[in-house]
Design a protein around this ligand. Structure first.
Ligand SMILES: O=C(O)C1=C[C@@H](OP(=O)(O)O)[C@@H](O)[C@H](O)C1
Ligand SMILES: C=C(OP(=O)(O)O)C(=O)O
Length: 412
């Protein structure tokens, strides 16, 4: 499937788009609901990553293919390890088999888990035999992926004595750890996170609780980019609130410096984002270690605006759906950008023009497709394998068209 995007101006009248639930919140809540079936969940994410996790939680024995879903892979590895009677082979896409999981597997093994590598040491597929994990203390390297830490936190209530997790090195993607802690606390489970130490209590049951998933701020980023690249547009997005659990709500501040103003309507749970005329910086300097999923959106917005950016804290990007730093460099260069990357940063220079009619490759990464789409306000472009968006945002192309973007979807 290809998306052919025709250069067009984004209309100024108010458009309302409802974005589905956050995949990060949804996938945590599903793991908690598997432990506490009296929890109900509203506004669950429609993402492939959530659907695949929900399906996997229905079985206790057999084989599960979680495709490209990182959180599902990491959370299920921990969950099945601690689930007595589980006998599961956990595998995923070719790329998933290249995304490291050794740090989490070692931590679980040190707690007593029975996990075997079926191909390469340190990587999926895994064979897991669930059992009661008796130990209560674990050390883990914290600078590779916060998902390993959230995975341990999510199973802590299942352990007889809860869990004390000591984090080693510089912790990355911290807001995702805080999100996990907040969700546990919402259920009345005791927990704390300070000075590189996390403690979570055991819990046999929790009160009947309705959890409402806030919509996905990472998905909202593509509309922020659209508004930033427009002449004069306003768009209303639901359902969002000012006290989000998602670190990517940092968009509000980041895009403010790119000329996008956000107004919260707390009674309707919506945000209205609109273009305001400001003097743009020549170059934007940002550390994205807390918000790695925004890196592609921001780099492409800066390129489209004709400003530079220096983005740091990007050391986790190489092990995501693709090597996102190389993918960004390749595709932005096609469009005329001058860009340097290293292990953890990206430097984009000011571009004076954008080459038209280019074909953007997506590297099986949903965020490559969605991050480049708003550039259609500046040039004609084609996005290859545009269906990748379903990993986090299946309705993306429909919503994009609803927003007034001229887009022809070619099924091939
Ligand atoms: O816990 C989560 O829901 C996530 C954590 C982040 O990963 P890392 O901690 O690996 O950076 C983020 O990139 C991913 O999309 C979702
Ligand atoms: C990195 C991502 O997801 P995951 O690691 O869960 O596959 C993402 O959605 O950008």
């Amino acid at each position: 499937m290809k998306a052919n995007l025709e250069r067009g101006s984004f209309p100024t009248e108010n458009i309302k788009i409802n974005i589905s639930g956050s995949k990060s919140e949804s996938n945590r809540m599903l793991i908690l609901q598997a432990q506490f079936p009296n929890i109900s969940i509203e506004n669950l994410s429609e993402s492939d990553d959530t659907v695949v996790l929900q399906q996997a939680l229905k079985i206790l024995k057999g084989s599960v293919d979680i495709h490209h879903a990182g959180t599902a892979m990491r959370f299920l590895t921990a969950y099945f390890s601690a689930k007595e009677g589980a006998e599961i082979t956990l595998t995923g896409s070719q790329r998933m088999q290249e995304r490291p999981i050794g740090v989490l597997v070692n931590a679980l093994k040190s707690l007593g888990a029975d996990i075997e590598y079926l191909k390469n040491e340190g990587f999926p597929p895994l064979k897991i035999k669930g059992k009661s994990l008796q130990k209560r203390e674990v050390n883990i390297e914290a600078n590779i992926s916060s998902q390993y830490i959230s995975a341990l936190m999510l199973i802590a209530p299942m352990l007889p004595n809860g869990l004390k997790i000591s984090l080693e090195g510089k912790t990355t993607s911290i807001p995702y750890i805080e999100m996990t802690l907040s969700l546990l606390k919402n259920l009345g489970i005791k927990g704390s996170f300070s000075n590189n130490e996390i403690e979570i209590s055991a819990a046999k049951n929790v009160e009947n609780t309705k959890l409402i998933v806030e919509s996905d701020w990472s998905s909202a980023s593509y509309f922020y980019s659209l508004v930033a690249l427009s002449e004069n547009a306003e768009i209303t997005l639901g359902s969002f609130s000012e006290d989000s659990l998602q670190g990517d709500a940092a968009l509000v501040q980041i895009y403010n410096s790119l000329g996008v103003q956000t107004v919260f309507n707390s009674s309707k749970k919506t945000i209205s984002i609109s273009k305001k005329k400001i003097e743009l910086p020549d170059s934007l300097l940002l550390d994205l270690a807390n918000t790695p999923d925004l890196a592609q959106t921001i780099a492409v917005t800066c390129f489209g605006l004709g400003i530079g950016c220096k983005l740091t804290g990007l050391h986790t990007l190489k092990i995501k759906e693709t090597d996102r730093l190389s993918a960004l460099k390749n595709e932005l260069e096609k469009l005329g950008a001058t860009i340097q990357i290293d292990e953890n940063s990206l430097n984009l220079e000011i571009a004076l023009q954008i080459h038209p009619n280019k074909i953007i490759e997506t590297y099986q990464d949903h965020r490559m497709a969605m991050a480049f789409a708003p550039l259609s306000l500046k040039t004609n472009l084609t996005i290859n394998n545009a269906g990748v968006v379903s990993k986090s945002y299946p309705a993306f192309w429909d919503d994009f068209q609803k927003a007034g973007i001229k887009c022809e979807i070619e099924n091939s």
